[in-house]
Design a protein around this ligand. Sequence first.
Ligand code: CA
Ligand code: CA
Length: 219
Amino acid sequence: MMWKLVSCTFCLFVSSQLSLWSVWASAEELEGEVKTEVLFKPEECTQRSKRGDLVNAHYDGYLAKDGSQFYCSRSDKDGHPQWFVLGVGQVIKGLDIGMMDMCPGEKRKITVPSVLAFGEQGKGPVPPNATVVFEVEVFSVSRGPRSMEAFGKMDIDKDKSLTKTEVKEYLKLGYEKNGKPRDEPFYEKIMADIFRKIDHDRDGLISTKEYNIYEHDEL
Ligand SMILES: [Ca+2]
Ligand SMILES: [Ca+2]
């Protein structure tokens, strides 16, 4: 099948997740099954992704009907892999489901029916009622950006709020521990993304309340 590039600028991420939250949540009630096919699985699997994990991944999106490509994170946003919290509606429902239980380094092909993707309306280059296919590659899986255990580790001065420096140090440690230290701009991009999503009152700090928004979830 010919994978034709249509657009790489289309962004799946929900910039204001809260307003669309109910849309994703209601999709749960509808019929539709996500199909996953493992394309590559590393021999060693240190950490499997689960709900609430911070995941770093590339994914390319295609329309199932003709294979045309509508999204590619490899060329969008300077080619940086995407960061998101798995299982909480930061990506389309089908990816939240289809990306569970993945190892760092694993690649999957995930087929998502429209009810768990862009629905009856479609979005941007995705037409109404379209089944979509994602080719996903996971780079890292970090446990519990939303676990209070992780919060405690990040909160170096124990004042129950996280500064950018505290979060950055935590991320750096994670990358260095995995033998993959990154440069400063890399961390800055991640920080901007994390604070945009979590620091709802925009005071430059992550409070326990902002952090713990998903506390009812099984983390
Ligand atoms: Ca602190
Ligand atoms: Ca805040």
